[in-house]
Ligand binder design. Structure first.
Ligand code: ZN
Length: 259
């Protein structure tokens, strides 16, 4: 028999092992319950402060304007899931993301979100980010500076009022923007403009790259869309994304921690 302190240590060690095994089993069970091929890979801890962006592949910098980012410069095998517009407010989708620990960055347009901002408040309450995607989802490139500013800045105010946090990130509808867009966005507190390199659907992922694979720091676009527009539900979509991301050896991290 071991002397007292050593035995206590051994028991504590045994408990830790058992606790880890229970946690691993719970992760497997949660993944299986949502129909995933395997559990999502855990994301590394976020950086203590957001890394300063420099011009690189996937980052467009212009003097004094918010950076436009298709891919966050990082060595980590992480990618980011962003969900746009806000028409479909599916509670199963947010429950699935929460149970699997998948972080989301939403980009909502007021005209679609305003029927139930409570859905997006609940996302924010569990740590997801709710960001700006304009008031009316118009193609900003064909609008003058003043109208662009209305579209962007009125949604900054609306989200601050509805969600309680003023967004730092903004995404122009259709990914269409010009210098006026960036100037207008900067004038009301926008710090970065993430676009995307992949688009996800319930049955497939579309890649911009020739190699048709994920790259570290990629931003993935998808939408709050239901079966009226899609051949599948939002949980089907999340299953597709997580399975693809995991199969390629990536974890999903929180965009707002890096930009
Ligand atoms: Zn959109």
């Amino acid at each position: 028999m071991l002397p007292g302190p050593a035995r206590a240590e051994e028991e504590a060690g045994g408990e830790a092992v058992a606790r880890k095994a229970r946690a691993a089993r719970a992760v497997l069970e949660t993944a299986a319950r949502w129909g995933l091929a395997r559990p999502p890979l855990p994301a590394p801890p976020p950086p203590a402060s957001r890394p300063e962006l420099v011009a690189a592949q996937g980052v467009k910098l212009a003097n004094g304007l918010p950076p436009v980012v298709y891919r966050v410069p990082t060595e980590e095998r992480i990618v980011f899931l962003t969900v746009d517009d806000g028409a479909e407010k599916d509670p199963e989708f947010s429950r699935m993301a929460a149970e699997l620990g998948i972080p989301l960055s939403a980009f909502v347009a007021d005209y679609l979100a305003r029927s139930d901002y409570g859905y997006f408040r609940a996302l924010a309450a569990r740590g997801d980010a709710v960001n700006n995607h304009t008031v009316n989802h118009r193609n900003l490139k064909v609008l003058g500076y003043g109208t662009q500013r209305e579209e962007i800045c009125r949604q900054q105010d609306q989200l601050e009022e509805q969600i309680g946090v003023r967004p730092r990130l903004f995404r122009p509808p259709y990914g269409e923007y010009n210098e006026d867009t960036l100037r207008a966005a900067a004038s009301c507190g926008v710090e970065a403009v993430p676009l995307w390199n992949e688009e996800a659907f319930p049955d497939r992922m579309e890649y911009r790259y020739e190699d048709q694979r994920l790259h570290p720091g990629d931003v993935i676009l998808t939408h709050f869309r239901g079966t009226d527009l899609w051949n599948g539900s939002m949980p089907d979509l999340l299953r597709k994304v997580v399975d693809e991301v995991t199969a390629q050896g990536f974890a999903l991290a929180r965009l707002d921690d890096y930009l």
